[in-house]
Design a protein. Structure first.
Length: 436
């Protein structure tokens, strides 16, 4: 039998090639730090590794969304904290302004300081995130949510939408809050109106107890039927037994000059009775009263100076909402007016304080919501990190590479290659293969 050179070289080449391929395979595993370089290395393990890799990739995408959400919420949290501090400063300055020893120059200085704080608050309400979007404008974040109009009042121009971030397959979280809810829709001080219908008396009326009046409004104000919000107060003199007095003698509208006011005061102390009826004619309050002494009802106070025998129309004003900046500026207008009366200033201070309190309550709720979302994001980030670590551990368990074992195998494969090369060299030099 004759062994040809082609057969010798072909078999040796295949043996050397196979040995070299095995070396390259081990080297690839060492370089990739995995025991599964291609699916054929471990078909079942490869599919499991791909599943874990896909899950880790998805978790990393959610991580990016959570980083964006955290950034937006942190911007919002800083703005709300600063707004709350500014509202505290304004309240303190208004309290300082109520001191009777203040001159008009002092009040002007306080007004100027409050005006500067108010401008700063407006900037915070129009705060932007790192990407330049307005964080309190709703979904229309390209323009400022609050704009100062030609009348010097701040107008809301945003919308009530919210932006969301997808932080898991089944969970979205709001990353913005509308400034309409936080700053614009703030309840102003509730109030009422009163008009003297008949009677030669002077009338002054105000809210004596805001808490009682607010509760009265909650219980009785009807936004759908304005007539239900009207009440009528009448006073009558106390008649001696058998005495018959025509109340029309007392029910006429007098002038407001100083002489008439002095004449009315001469009737202070006159005993009388009062009655308050609603729009249905039902008596809701009644009793004895003394002319010149206040009548209280539902947190309201009415002072009638003059002879009993008057009628007063009372109307509950429609509650309204407005942003706190406008309420503060309205109070500043009264404060800077040297001709405003103490009663007007007292009412203006009270209106501003009520609006500030309501605004701080909404800001506090906003801060609480932002804090809760940041806590959720932190929990989700921890959960994602734990899942990614678990995936990495599972991947290593399935396709992980033992470096020392791989190095030993590489050394063995290299030795086998060297041996194959030496065998080929020796066999190719034997003369036996050249003979018949």
């Amino acid at each position: 039998m004759r062994v040809t050179n082609n057969l010798i070289y072909g078999q040796s080449s295949r043996a050397i090639g196979q040995a070299n391929e095995k070396i390259l395979n081990v080297q690839e595993k060492i370089a990739a730090q995995t025991d599964i370089v291609k699916p054929s290395d471990n078909p079942v393990g490869a599919s499991q590794v791909l599943m874990y890799q896909a899950d880790t990739h998805k978790l990393k995408l959610f991580d990016d969304a959570m980083k964006m959400a955290t950034s937006n919420l942190e911007y919002q949290e800083v703005a709300l904290d600063s707004l709350n501090d500014s509202l505290d400063e304004v309240r303190t300055l208004f309290i300082q302004a109520q001191n009777d020893i203040n001159t008009q120059e002092d009040l002007d200085a306080i007004s100027q300081e409050i005006s500067m704080i108010t401008e700063s608050m407006a900037e915070l309400m129009n705060a932007r995130s790192a990407d330049g979007s307005y964080i309190f404008a709703g979904t229309d974040s390209l323009g400022p949510p609050f704009v100062l109009n030609s009348n010097g009042r701040y107008e809301w121009t945003g919308n009530e939408g919210q932006k969301f971030a997808q932080i898991s397959e089944s969970m979205k979280i709001p990353v913005t809050d509308s400034g309409k809810k936080l700053f614009q829709d703030i309840w102003t001080n509730r109030s009422f109106s009163s008009d003297l219908i008949t009677g030669d008396v002077s009338l002054s009326a105000k809210v004596q107890n805001q808490g009682d009046f607010d509760q009265f409004m909650e219980d009785h104000y009807d936004p759908e039927n304005p007539d239900s919000n009207r009440y009528f107060l009448t006073t009558s003199p106390v008649l001696e037994e058998g005495e018959n007095v025509d109340l029309n003698d007392y029910l006429y509208i007098g002038s407001n000059d100083r002489e008439d006011q002095q004449r009315r005061r001469t009737f202070d102390g006159t005993p009388g009775t009062y009655s308050i009826v609603n729009s249905d004619g039902e008596t809701v309050s009644s009793g004895s009263y003394t002319a010149g002494k206040p009548i209280t009802f539902g947190g309201m106070l009415f002072l009638l100076r003059g002879q009993p025998g008057a009628a007063v129309d009372i109307s509950l004003d429609q509650p309204r909402r407005d942003n706190v900046l406008n309420e503060i500026n309205d109070t500043l207008d009264v404060l800077k007016n040297e001709f405003s009366t103490p009663e007007e200033r007292e009412q203006a201070f009270f209106d501003a304080t009520t609006s500030i309190n309501n605004a701080q309550r909404m800001v506090g709720e906003g801060r609480s919501n932002v804090g809760a979302r940041l806590n959720i994001l932190q929990d989700r980030e921890d959960f994602s990190s734990a899942n990614q670590l678990s995936n990495a551990t599972a991947q290593d368990r399935i396709g992980g590479l033992d470096i020392s074992e791989a190095a030993t195998e590489l050394s063995m494969k290299e030795s086998a290659l060297t041996a194959s090369q030496k065998v080929f060299s020796r066999i190719s030099n034997l003369s036996l293969f050249n003979q018949m």
